[in-house]
Design a protein around this ligand. Sequence first.
Ligand SMILES: NC(=O)c1ccc[n+]([C@@H]2O[C@H](COP(=O)([O-])OP(=O)(O)OC[C@H]3O[C@@H](n4cnc5c(N)ncnc54)[C@H](O)[C@@H]3O)[C@@H](O)[C@H]2O)c1
Ligand SMILES: O=c1ccn([C@@H]2O[C@H](COP(=O)(O)OP(=O)(O)O[C@H]3O[C@H](CO)[C@H](O)[C@H](O)[C@H]3O)[C@@H](O)[C@H]2O)c(=O)[nH]1
Length: 327
Amino acid sequence: MAKVLVTGGAGYIGSHGCKALRAAGHEPVVFDNFRTGWKQAVKFGEMIEGDLLDEAALKAAFEQVKPDAVMHFAALSNVGESVANPELYWRNNVGGSLNLLCAMRDAGVGSIVFSSTAATYGEPDQDPITETAPQRPINAYGASKLAVEALLDDFEKAHGIRSIAFRYFNVAGADPDRQIGEHHVPETHLIPNVLDAAAGARDALTVNGDDYPTPDGTCIRDYVHVMDLVDAHVLGTEWLLAGKPSQRLNLGTGSGFSIWQVIDAAKEVVGTEIPLSVGPRRPGDPSRLVCDGSRAREVLGWEPKRSVMAEMIGDAWGWRQTGRYSA
Ligand SMILES: NC(=O)c1ccc[n+]([C@@H]2O[C@H](COP(=O)([O-])OP(=O)(O)OC[C@H]3O[C@@H](n4cnc5c(N)ncnc54)[C@H](O)[C@@H]3O)[C@@H](O)[C@H]2O)c1
Ligand SMILES: O=c1ccn([C@@H]2O[C@H](COP(=O)(O)OP(=O)(O)O[C@H]3O[C@H](CO)[C@H](O)[C@H](O)[C@H]3O)[C@@H](O)[C@H]2O)c(=O)[nH]1
């Protein structure tokens, strides 16, 4: 059993990470400032309210928890906001990660699993995308995540802290037990917005452009179920705690779905029409992002089990029906 400090453990993916850690017999302790997270999402262990920008709070958390490892989900992750306000992203995501790594160094904690992103690849010229593709982010969010990958490299060389940076593609779905799920305010992700439109919580879904160079004109993405994604995090933590080497790993399935395909699948799950309109392209959206996820499978023995479009939408819909955290 390992004790794991989970930054951002009150957020969408981090709360599922805590559930997976607990299910695997480990002990998660959440460290979160609740800027975009939810106290109701902390259900699988202790919680410490604190900010990564507060070095004293981090030091106290490490002294109190004495973790064996860290799972680092905490970040701001709204691409549009990052373009309008890059200083916020550099300070929170890079500055916060630097403080975290310094606290780990001081406390002698040598293992960290980090949430990186396909956004570090920018506009890729590979399809599917492997981990060796050039990383050329096109917005401050992606740049902040790439900078943290560089910090991780430097802290390994200087201080022996080993890391796994998982580069997520599109995370979707929710806990099938309906205890936790996705609740972002505002929501920018496709599937929850499709379901909001289906439920009448928004007038219509706006499809962000249908003139891309793809078979049906809409953007193609690689969707991975959040439970599968966090399973990889547990495997990654155990890998590091066994003394094995650092890794940079894509997490996705290798299958691409267009926006129209996602909407069609949602209609089947929900059983109603989905009101929609086609709007302009969203700046910075690459037309196609599909993952070559073979390395995570080879290295960690990771196998996605739930990343079927109907299941991801069904779990997101089931979670939505609970009233989310407003219930
Ligand atoms: N959702 C996706 O599809 C996706 C894709 C790629 C990468 N990611 C990355 O995965 C991670 C989790 O994403 P999410 O969708 O769960 O986001 P989220 O906003 O739901 O969760 C982030 C959590 O971090 C906390 N946090 C942020 N800054 C903090 C700080 N300075 N100190 C303490 N806590 C802080 C927030 O309060 C929140 O609980 C992020 O690092 C994100 O960049 C997400
Ligand atoms: O209401 C909406 C919401 C989204 N989309 C479109 O649906 C596709 C998927 O959009 P998401 O916002 O769900 O996901 P992204 O691919 O933009 O972003 C995801 O992948 C990125 C990596 O490229 C980052 O990691 C980011 O955090 C993560 O959410 C995009 O073409 C987007 O324009 C719509 O048409 N309407």
